[in-house]
Design a protein around this ligand. Structure first.
Ligand code: DNO
Length: 356
């Protein structure tokens, strides 16, 4: 595995590349052109400029998170083929710049959903949290404004104000889209992009739906072992792969995370590893990475990755907000750096035990 940190670019991130470089074992970042809208084309020049910024600090781009997929592609509406062509051209430009891993998601309307961005824990840290009761009491069109105030002035991934202004129309677009239709549309999309992925050896890594069940009646298809394996089979090419996000699949206590990792052997191209603390099955908060601070056995998750020969980038995921830091919720420096150090420690121990 290759330890990395997510970085949103000079213009958007409170965390600096020189700080990332000082985290032990981190040599690469996972980044993006954060101001691109889904459906846009990324030019080779824009990608080269991003690469230059990263390499100037002696880091490398380990992959892109995300090249977002437009709602036209997800719903199969009029602009679908135009957006797919832009996606193919973007992949081509990434390939020419020697970038070989792209994370994306196929969630309708909202990317990940949390109901609180700053729930206070007993130690005074704050974390992102979710309760089903809060969702059930909420008008989906108000979802954005209900959380925007807690985002420390940052733009949250998947919650771009430009998109959220049209949230009503977005819901309208999905009115006839059920899970089967959404599945057909993702297969159509993947089949169209596989040739360029093969040409440049670009590994596509789909991020799971978070939480792993339907919110606001919208369909969810990337949420458990059966469904993700179905997608792997439907487009049976190694370039059609997975971002294994423990904190997203883990929202459903029915998902056996180490078992899923083993079932996906060879198809996991990227890993987000973080922990959750459950108060009830539908009320959880994002804890520190350490096993004993949350619900998951992080050792077993890392061991399953190790034993299935995982070689891709891995990143600590959402961290707590600690030590007075002001940053994008989940994406401060301090707790993610602690997470990276902890995951590196687990990996070293697992590796040495295997070699002994
Ligand atoms: C949340 C992230 C997601 C993820 C996208 C991938 O913090 O893990 O926003 O980047 O779903 O496209």
């Amino acid at each position: 595995m290759e330890m990395t940190l997510r970085w949103y670019g000079t213009k958007f991130d409170t965390v600096k590349l020189w700080q990332i470089r000082q985290i032990p074992g981190v040599k690469g970042v996972i980044t993006t052109l954060y101001d691109k809208q889904a459906g846009d084309l990324w030019t080779q020049e824009e990608i080269a400029a991003l690469k230059k910024d990263v390499e100037a600090e002696s880091l490398k781009i380990a992959g892109i998170e995300s090249v977002n997929v437009s709602d036209a592609i997800k719903t199969g509406s009029a602009q679908r083929d135009e957006h797919i062509q832009n996606y193919i051209d973007t992949l081509e430009n990434l390939g020419k710049e020697d970038i070989h891993m792209v994370c994306y998601n196929f969630m309708p309307v909202f990317d990940w959903t949390r109901t609180e961005l700053a729930r206070k824990r007993a130690d005074g840290s704050t974390v992102l949290a979710y309760t089903q009761e809060a969702i059930d009491a909420l008008d989906p069109e108000k979802m954005f404004s209900s959380i925007a105030g807690d985002s420390n002035g940052t733009v949250m991934p998947g919650w771009e104000p430009e998109r959220m202004e049209h949230v009503k129309e977005l819901f309208e677009l999905y009115k006839d889209i059920d899970e089967e239709k959404l599945f057909e549309n993702i297969v159509y999309f993947l089949k169209a992009i596989m040739p360029v992925c093969n040409k440049y050896d670009i590994k596509m890594a789909i991020h799971p739906d978070d939480p792993a069940w339907s919110v606001f009646g919208l369909p969810r298809i990337i949420n458990n072992e059966k469904n993700i394996l179905r997608l792997m089979k439907a487009v049976d090419d190694v370039h059609n792969g997975v971002t294994f996000c423990s904190g997203s699949y883990g929202t459903s206590l029915d998902n056996d995370l180490p078992h899923m990792i083993r079932a996906l052997e060879g198809r996991i191209h990227f890993a987000h590893v973080r922990n959750l603390k459950f108060i009830s099955p539908t009320n959880f908060e994002e804890s520190a990475h350490l096993s004993s601070d949350g619900t998951f056995d992080m050792y077993e998750i890392m061991r399953a990755l190790y034993e299935t020969g995982f070689e891709g980038p891995i990143r600590p995921d959402h961290g707590r907000m600690i030590w007075g830091e002001k940053a994008m919720p989940g994406y401060g420096l301090y707790d993610r750096a602690l997470g990276a150090a902890y995951l590196n420690g687990l990996w070293e121990a697992i590796e040495k035990a295997h070699k002994a």
